[in-house]
Design a protein around this ligand. Structure first.
Ligand SMILES: [Zn+2]
Length: 288
């Protein structure tokens, strides 16, 4: 199998139009002729085609909520069983964890103001910000992915940037976003616990002082729209922050740590809200 290319494909700038899937495949911009996700559970996903397969998908241009594949009847297109975090879905999840850029292609049948007038259009690089499970309109589980454009506007000559630096750009942006979110409330929750992780109690101390991360239980931003309030924030070490974000741990209603040690340590003056804990468990916990 030829090696998978992450990032722009030489010779194809953002905005390039393709007549059909065959042309798109021959160019290497999106290899599979039918599948919406190009990738494997081992390598990650390098491209997706948005063509309106799922009614739950939303397209706001720079932010796309994309539903994974699987569990649909081939003839009717109806969801008839749960989607699994395997194949293309797992590929997108790996791209999220590794920070790989994903090429996004829009098809003319997409029910969105951003669709091309005909054929397929390469719309540049997105990163998978996060992913979660939810109950689709059919009642079956679907996996959803929040994709955010790396270069915010259609640039005129952005395609000659090297793939490596684009991957790095995605990482830098992720870091900047974390820093911006580290608001006064974030500092407050860290100070409440004197920078001890609420799960493992570790306190990391660097040369300038202690380090911990303020973690939202229900993510802020669409479509979750978790609030930036103390009741939705935890003071965690980086390891437990990552495990929380990717469903490696969750909390029971009594704050028992699922997938981890003991019970979440919660101070009396820290009103952690069970609705956020439940929301997280339902959408992320790997044990469901
Ligand atoms: Zn910890």
């Amino acid at each position: 199998m030829s090696s998978r290319v992450f990032g722009h494909i030489d010779g194809y700038r953002e905005g390039h139009l393709f007549a059909d899937r065959r042309e798109l495949s021959a160019a290497g911009v999106h290899r599979p002729n039918q599948a919406g996700i190009s990738g494997s559970g081992k390598d990650g996903a390098d491209s997706i085609v948005l063509s309106g397969g799922y009614e739950d998908d939303t397209d706001d241009g720079d932010i796309v909520i994309y539903t994974g594949h699987g569990g649909r009847d081939q003839n009717t297109g109806q969801q008839v069983s749960d989607q699994l975090l395997t194949r293309g879905n797992q590929a997108l999840a790996i791209s999220c964890l590794e920070g790989y850029p994903v090429r996004v292609i829009r098809g003319s049948r997409l029910p969105s103001q951003f669709r091309p007038a005909f054929g397929y259009r390469y719309d540049g690089l997105y990163r998978v910000e996060h992913f979660w499970r939810e109950q689709g309109r059919s009642g079956f589980t679907v996996w959803r992915f929040r994709l955010v454009k790396i270069e915010k506007t259609f640039s005129s000559g952005g395609s000659n940037v090297k793939d490596d630096s684009l991957t790095q750009a995605a990482r830098v942006e992720t870091m900047i976003q974390r820093i911006i979110r580290d608001t006064a409330l974030g500092r407050q929750v860290k100070q409440m616990y004197e920078y001890h992780c609420q799960i493992c109690e570790i306190r990391l101390e660097g040369a300038p002082g202690p380090y911990a991360e303020a973690a939202h239980i229900k993510p802020v931003g669409t479509p979750h729209n978790g609030p930036d309030i103390l009741g939705n924030l935890l003071c965690l070490c980086p390891n437990h922050h990552v495990l929380l974000d990717y469903g490696g741990i969750a909390f029971d209603d009594d704050f028992t740590v699922l997938g981890g040690p003991g019970i979440l340590s919660v101070r009396d003056d820290h009103p952690v809200r069970q609705e956020f804990v439940r929301y997280h468990r339902v959408h992320w916990w790997k044990g469901i």
